[in-house]
Design a protein around this ligand. Sequence first.
Ligand code: PLP
Length: 403
Amino acid sequence: MTVTRQSFQFADRIPSTPSIGSTTVTSPDHVHLSFGFAAPHLFPIEQLNEAATEAITSSGRQALQYSGAGGQGKIRQWIQSRSAVHGMHVKEDELLVTYGSTQGIDLAINVLVNPGDHVWVEAPSFFSALQSLRIAGAKLTSFPIDNDGVKVELIEQALLEAERSKAPLPKLLYIMPTFHNPGGVTLSVERRIRLAELAQRYNFFIIEDDAYMELNFTGEQLPTLYSLCPERVIYLNTFSKIIAPGLRLGWALAQKEVIQKMKLLMLGGSVGVFTQEILAQLLERIDFEDHLGQLKAYYKNNRDIMVDATRQHFGSDVTFHLPQGGFFIWLAFNPGVNTTELLPLAASKGVSFVGGRSFYIGQDGLHYARVCFSYCNGEQITRGIRALAEAYKEWKSGTVQIG
Ligand SMILES: Cc1ncc(COP(=O)(O)O)c(C=O)c1O
């Protein structure tokens, strides 16, 4: 039988472009400052090996069953006690273990947003969340950030204006208050308090994506939005940045009714039951504070190396906020610089970064670049920033015709 190839119409909600262009460069010398990845040498490999062996040998037949052997309960208890350390006291039914926090973002959006609903985000924002919101058919409006996080006074003005003119109010605000990706900034206490008040007054939900909060280089701890307003916040966190992203385990904290709705959308039962067994064994084997201390020391040192290299090679041609935690530095070039054009030139010099455009809902962000200090080592960071500066100088002097 001859099969003729016919075009096929996929569902309208499938996006035409991936959330971010991934780099295809595989040369071993290439410096991937674009990768927002954890440092692989800091994965607790030996303890994970023991943990996996234990999960198989001592209770493999139960651990591999749909319901697992008890590790899920232990993970949940760990999350509850860790959340309490950060001032969030949650009951058993206010917690959901997710397939990374990306699934948490998607579930939270899908339980709240109908096509056409208004959702407010930061500018810049996390591209995977923007993608999920687009797929959900949300109408997006963005609010700029400064060194103290999103400008809550502009959100307040927009709410007042919408109320006055009877325009639609937002149903949801998606925000990364701590060590923002890509901005590196942290929302001030005053703004957190005001935002929590606004969510209550105007009856919208906040997704608080707190993926980097444990990677805190100063020890200064601010109240989470969830602790300020548990009725209107869905709090998300992840084991990706503190243990290993390949585990694909994260969690959501919210009021019982919200968690119940999220569960309804989570087809297939609990996520990664066996992985949870391994993680439960792991968390019993490591001293978490000690492990976290090692991560923070390494990432802080890498940040310092990146900051020094950036100051040395770019001088006053870029500005940035000094992040006090997390993975990223957000470089601001002069308006007029086009970092999308810089991408191929940088790649030819052996370095990748993420162009600012990917983090905006519209055509903005062209004169920004995100560089990540967590994945590459110090030598690579220095080499990568130097190569990026070379590419930029060539671009600026107009010696290279791009496009
Ligand atoms: C702000 C933010 N939220 C969520 C995630 C997703 O993490 P996970 O691996 O838990 O899905 C990331 C990872 O890059 C992130 O930067």
